[in-house]
Every structure is written in structure tokens, then in C-alpha cells.
Design a protein around this ligand. Structure first.
Ligand SMILES: *Cc1c(COP(=O)(O)O)cnc(C)c1O
Length: 363
């Protein structure tokens, strides 16, 4: 028996969005970022569907790379956080997994771990995000050590990450790019090195920084990548349709409340439909009354608190609704970024938060 609640994943849309990246940044190699279960869309399924198209994949943590290798993915895989243990370096080199070195401690461990097959490293610079990355002096030290180490590939890549690329008018992106170039020009690198800084919003909004490698994530899934509306929103196709079903309908009188804490009170008599999705499925508990859902070709509004397994919607104006009707929570008709706005968060949080309980169906 199929569950009421499911996430339909349009793998063809993900491929379309990836091809859009290649058209926008044809001079760069564009690795597909598929961390966090491919932003909730399914790590292995998304990797398989992109494997003929992409030169490499990027994940956050080493376990994600191991899962991909176990399932037969053969492209290079970059671990964006790198690893911290000697045996992980051994395994990474055997499996052709690239590691980020964002500090000298990670490099020390690697230097103390003789490994058979040379490993490829990405040296990460902090250009203003102040989360991960080396400063200029540390990069200089790292470069010298990397070039002197026989089990580290000479062809290292220097990378950084933007803090404000999703705000299209924020000057921080320009500033970080200038710092990146300046640090690279001041460090003695011994030879030309490959470079990488752009994530999705930078690829679109700051194309000067499309370098040897780009790291698009969110735009592959067709989720809005800028904090405010942007022309690019129309170019990508949403890859996830999150839906559920109406399982109960009732009439309530003026002044009656709906849901936990009596947070929403009917200002006139109303018809309420109860839908089989809640925060344990990944529908955001913070979503306020008024958040749109899509049912039978029309928008209806969330009313009352989101429960663990249920939400309630006002269908007073959607007179044809009956039990069993499908409700789109986000997808083609309701952008996930719209739901995110009503829940004080971002689309990234919602798609990656669709829980294990929700079956994914692949198209
Ligand atoms: C997640 C991540 C990306 C992808 O960013 P999007 O905004 O999803 O395109 C790129 N680089 C790093 C270091 C990341 O952590």
C-alpha cells in the first residue's frame, strides 16, 4: 500500500539543471555537489543519474564518498570537509577520493601517513567566511610541504567559499574574490595551480569567478539560490515534488480553534482539511498560518500549528476537495523557497530535511 506522503524526484530535471550549469560556465569543470543525501533527493540515485555527465562529485563528509564508491560510482569525489584520521587518508587514496585540507593539522596527519597511491588535495583558503580555510601564511607553508611530499599529487587545487553569494548585491563576494586572487599572487606556488571558488549563486551572479572548477549544489535541484527573487529562478526546474493526501475534512464554526495551542481561530465558519504530513516528515514546524499548499489546481492555506504527523489547511474556498485528494506541499506549483519564507528558513533546509520516513519515487 503506497503511503499518502511521498517525494517524487525528477531526475531529468536534475540533469537539465546540470546542463544549464555547463551552458552558464562552459570554461569550467562543474562538479555536482551531492552532500546531505543529494540535498534530500537521494545520494545514489542522483549520482547514478549524473554519472555520465559530470567530471567529479562533491560531498561534505568521507562516509558519503564511501557510500558512493560502494554503489559503483567511479568519478573522483571531493570531500569538502576533508578527513582527520590516518586510515581515512589511506582509504581515500586507494578509492580515488580527493580531500580538502582546510588547516595545517589535517596536512600534518597526511604527512605522517605514508600512502601508496598519491592523493589529490584541495587546499582551502579563508577569504572572509571565517569558518574553514587557511590564511596566506598557512597556504605558503602547506604548498611547500605538499610539493615536498611524494604521496601527495603535485596537481593540487586551491579553493575558497563565498559567504554572501546568495545576496546578489552584496559586495562581500567581490571582496572575497579579490582576496583570493591576491593571496594566490603572493604565495609562491612553484607552478600554475587549478582554482575553485564558485557555488551556485556565484556561477549565476558573479561569473568572473567561474574558475577551473565550480561547485554547484542547490541549483541542480531547482531550488531558488538567491535570497530575493531573481531571473535565474525561471531557468532551473524543481527536482522535488513533496506531496501528501487529505485524510479528513470537517466544518468548524466561527471562533473555534484548530490544532495544538489553539493558535488559529476561525474568524468565520470554515472547512478544514487534515493532511497526512507533519514535521517528522520534514514539513517545517515553523511554517506559519497562511503558508500556501496546492490542491486540485488551487492554492489553499495552512492554518494552525504543524503537528508531528499532520497539518491542517483551510479549504473553505476549495469546495470540491474530498478525502484522498493530493496536496502538493512544494514542487512545480509551490516553490520550496516560498514555503521556506513562511517558515523563516531557506529552501536548502527544507529539501535536505525531508525525512527518512518519506519514500522517494524516481521519475
Ligand atoms: C555546499 C557547498 C557548495 C554548494 O553550494 P550551493 O550553494 O548549494 O551551490 C559548494 N562549496 C562548498 C564548500 C559547500 O560546502
Amino acid at each position: 500500500m503506497p503511503r499518502h506522503t511521498r517525494a517524487t524526484i525528477h531526475l531529468d530535471h536534475i540533469r537539465h539543471n546540470y546542463e544549464l550549469v555547463n551552458r552558464l560556465a562552459p570554461q569550467s569543470k562543474n562538479m555536482a555537489i551531492i552532500k546531505a543525501n543529494a540535498y534530500g533527493h537521494g545520494l545514489i540515485e542522483v549520482a547514478n543519474s549524473l554519472s555520465q555527465l559530470v567530471p567529479a562529485f562533491g560531498v561534505a563528509i568521507f562516509e558519503e564518498a564511501l557510500t558512493l564508491r560502494d554503489s559503483g560510482i567511479q568519478q573522483p569525489i571531493l570531500v569538502l570537509q576533508g578527513v582527520n584520521h590516518a586510515q581515512d587518508y589511506q582509504l581515500a587514496s586507494e578509492l580515488g577520493v580527493w580531500v580538502t585540507l582546510h588547516n595545517l593539522e589535517q596536512l600534518s596527519t597526511l604527512l605522517a601517513t605514508p600512502i601508496k597511491k598519491p592523493i589529490t588535495v584541495w587546499l582551502k583558503l579563508d577569504t572572509g567566511m571565517h569558518r574553514l580555510g587557511m590564511n596566506q601564511t598557512e597556504l605558503q607553508t602547506a604548498v611547500e610541504k605538499v610539493l615536498n611530499c611524494s604521496w601527495i599529487n603535485d596537481d593540487f587545487i586551491v579553493s575558497s567559499h563565498y559567504s554572501c553569494a546568495s545576496q546578489s548585491d552584496n559586495l562581500m563576494t567581490q571582496l572575497q574574490f579579490e582576496r583570493f586572487n591576491q593571496m594566490l599572487s603572493l604565495v609562491k606556488l612553484g607552478k600554475p595551480v587549478k582554482q575553485s571558488i564558485a557555488n551556485s549563486p556565484a556561477i549565476v551572479g558573479f561569473p568572473e569567478s567561474n574558475l577551473d572548477w565550480n561547485r554547484p549544489g542547490i541549483m541542480l535541484y531547482g531550488v531558488a539560490m538567491f535570497d530575493s527573487q531573481h531571473d535565474s529562478d525561471k531557468l532551473t526546474k524543481p527536482a522535488m515534488t513533496f506531496e501528501s493526501e487529505v485524510i479528513a475534512i470537517r466544518e468548524i464554526k466561527t471562533g473555534e480553534a484548530v490544532g495544538y495551542g489553539k493558535k488559529w481561530i476561525a474568524s468565520s465558519s470554515a472547512t478544514i482539511a487534515t493532511v497526512a504530513v507533519g514535521y517528522a516528515d520534514g514539513y517545517p514546524r515553523q511554517a506559519k498560518s497562511g503558508t500556501p499548499v496546492f490542491i486540485n489546481g488551487k492554492v489553499a492555506k495552512l492554518v494552525g500549528c504543524v503537528s508531528m504527523d499532520l497539518i491542517t489547511i483551510d479549504i473553505s474556498l476549495n469546495t470540491q476537495v474530498k478525502i484522498g485528494d493530493r496536496v502538493e506541499l512544494w514542487g512545480e506549483n509551490i516553490p520550496v523557497s516560498t514555503v521556506a519564507e513562511h517558515a523563516d528558513t531557506i529552501g536548502y533546509d527544507l529539501v535536505s530535511g525531508v525525512s527518512q520516513r518519506v519514500p522517494r519515487e524516481y521519475r
